[in-house]
Design a binder for this molecule. Sequence first.
Ligand code: NAD
Ligand code: MG
Length: 396
Amino acid sequence: MSLVQRITVLGATGSIGLSTLDVIARHPDRYQVFALSGHSRLQELLGLCVRHRPQVAVVPDDQAAEWLTTGLRAEGLVTEVLVGEAGLCDVAAAPEVDAVMAAIVGAAGLSPTLAAVRAGKKVLLANKEALVMSGALFMQAVRDSGAVLLPIDSEHNAIFQCLPGDFGRGLEKVGVRRILLTASGGPFRRTPLAELAEVTPEQACAHPNWSMGRKISVDSASMMNKGLELIEACWLFDVRPEQVEVVVHPQSVIHSLVDYVDGSVLAQLGNPDMRTPIANALAWPARIDSGVAPLDLFAIARLDFEAPDEVRFPCLRLARQAAQAGQSAPAALNAANEVAVSAFLERRIRYPEIAGMIEDVLNQQAVVPLADLGAVFDADARSRQLAERWLQQHGR
Ligand code: NAD
Ligand code: MG
């Protein structure tokens, strides 16, 4: 193996993709970009190709491929352009690739992320929806292929850093009592409940501590993000939902904690900048500079904690129920949420209807076992259909 690791960045034009490329560019001696993918921001993708000179770029369709190819050739680049989900799976599994950053948002990332897992790559997992949808099958694929799965979500990366190297033996065996998953509480932590019906997508996307894509920003406002992360933690660390406690911590300095049976509680702290978990996972088990400023505890001065309010954040309750029900419930939850969040961003529903719609849609379907990936996609499609029907009846 060469010393330089070749990286595929799925979702390169997004918030995580750009932070990943920022870290990679700081270490040309260690990392080289093999492939980049983008879905809608083609001009940005072209700019990234000029800057990082990947061997392959992936776009959604033939028209986008033609546009990008023309742009690339005009820049004197020979980058090959692939198309669609097949192209994404190709660059995720290509033999030249050492590590794959899975940073596509939502269910669209499942197939390419799994392609990387099945090819036994080092998989840096930002695309939590993929794991939420297919948890048991996903983790089985990791075990079967010997892929190295490293969490990028800041909370899970924090937990990973606070666990001993042999945590795969089982958290009880290594003396863990609980996982404490921190949450900022988002922009509506203190908004009077009566005003929530009037909040706008812009307000929902203005997160107090983190700058992120629009979908995860809305998820953070509703705390569905924490619900998805609860499910994500159960799969990554093989714990039951009851062993994961959500702690609202508005400063977003402690990224999560692990509570051990001897009373020790280990936490990982840092500035809220995704380049820290990205650098941690890229270089693991080594440490590299991420470009993130050192933490200034005197400037932060205090850290606050409070219990989550499930009346204010019903999505957290819905996600916990789905985690407990298991099987198809998390996939159904995720699909309904994806439809609800897009509808909110398009102003077809109001903010409180996100949770209302998801609950109605989940009540309309049975929880079924997920024997294979086909069943996962069926559960996703069924829940999307019910959600679309709900929108036709109640949306604007
Ligand atoms: P984003 O919206 O900024 O970027 C999403 C990326 O996915 C873009 O490159 C886009 O082109 C691509 N994409 C969108 N739809 C696609 C489709 N149908 N097919 C192929 N590609 C598609 O999102 P983000 O904030 O970077 O988040 C990406 C993932 O990382 C999400 O799963 C999110 O939950 C997770 N995550 C993000 C953060 C963060 O700080 N942004 C933190 C933790 C986890
Ligand atoms: Mg997170």
